[in-house]
Design a protein around this ligand. Structure first.
Ligand code: NAP
Length: 306
């Protein structure tokens, strides 16, 4: 089994920042990523609230630079099959994937989160045929078409704005009479002619013949149902943490976010968590970067004390 000072699970902003700091501390560092690096941030068209980039920065561009910087300082970044479990054996921490195992003195879990699903009829059936969870990836397929975005948070409104670059019309279907998104985004959505918000409504089903053709929404007060013709449905109803591999080992809250102390250490000594997978108060790239840095410093301190 290969031995490292630290194994970082996840190569989003938290994991890549931790990788940069661990590399600069001259720790033997392995970053494991189950998909392509960059995490959710990499699939964000434009990030406006990460400091240092007036006018915004592309999520892919930003995370590619984070990756280059982590690798520049010696982190070994591997895109592999998903981590299936982690174990503690004395002073050794073990990370298992489907077919491999890696050992280290410490682990930083920076596995992030992914789009939640609603489970309405038609959602699974039309996935990839009109149902999407990534506007940046699929938006260009909807040039001059009509799409619906489900949700009212920052992601829903930001991605609805992005979709107006292609689509002729974008409905935002939101369950309340007020958006959750930041005020600046609300203001922009309100003056965008292509966006229409369907307030206080629930998506009930998605219909079509081989591909999405229509959604049925229900007003939560009147229970009146309306059919809306759309070519695509984008879900932004919140995220779920990528922490299945932690079950039974790492303490988590009721929503499966990892609980840590203020030094970002979990209930297992030598295992730390950072970024969106952690039970923190704010899911932002700036926060993930800060937590990645802190986790790396704590790892260094932990190894020194060993
Ligand atoms: P979010 O902030 O949790 O918003 C989820 C939205 O989906 C809410 O409007 C929620 O409605 C709605 N929703 C949840 N469950 C639903 C259901 N079962 N049926 C219908 N609607 C449902 O999630 P997010 O927008 O994906 O963002 C995740 C985190 O990343 C947040 O902390 C967010 O601030 C952050 N983020 C930040 C930025 C940025 O700063 N630029 C960009 C993207 C994401 P309610 O409002 O009624 O609860």
């Amino acid at each position: 089994m290969e031995n490292y000072d630290v194994i970082i699970i996840g190569a989003g902003p938290a994991g890549l920042t931790a990788g940069l700091y661990c590399g600069r501390a001259r720790l033997k560092t392995l970053i494991l990523e189950k998909a392509t690096s960059g995490g959710q941030a990499a699939t964000t068209d434009d990030i406006e609230n990460y400091p240092g980039f007036p006018g915004g920065v592309g999520g892919f561009e930003l995370t590619e630079k984070m990756k280059a910087q982590a690798v520049e300082f010696g982190a070994d970044l591997r895109e592999i099959t998903p981590v299936s479990s982690i174990e503690a054996d004395g002073d050794t921490r073990i990370v298992k994937t489907g077919d491999e195992a890696f050992a280290a003195k410490t682990i930083i879990i920076a596995s992030g989160s992914e789009a939640g699903t609603l489970g309405v009829p038609g959602e699974a059936e039309f996935r990839g045929r009109g149902v999407s969870y990534c506007a940046t990836c699929d938006g260009a397929f909807y040039r001059d078409k009509v799409v619906a975005v489900i949700g009212g948070g920052n992601s829903a409104v930001e991605e609805a704005m992005f979709l107006t670059k292609f689509a002729s019309k974008v409905y935002i279907v939101h369950r309340r009479d007020e958006l959750r998104a930041d005020k600046v985004l609300q203001e922009r959505a309100a003056i965008n002619d292509k966006i229409e918000i369907v307030w206080e409504s629930h998506l009930k089903k998605i219909l079509g013949n081989g591909k999405v053709e229509e959604i049925v929404v229900e007003n939560k007060n009147t229970h009146a149902r309306t059919d809306i013709q759309v070519d695509g449905v984008f879900f932004y109803i919140g995220t779920v943490p990528n922490t299945v591999f932690c079950e039974g080992v790492i303490e988590m809250d009721v929503r499966d976010y990892i609980i840590t102390d203020e030094r970002l250490q979990t209930n297992v000594p030598g295992v730390f968590a950072a970024g969106d997978c952690r039970a923190n108060l704010l899911k932002q790239v700036a926060v993930a970067v800060g937590e990645g840095a802190l986790a790396a410093v704590e790892v260094d301190r932990y190894i020194e004390e060993m």
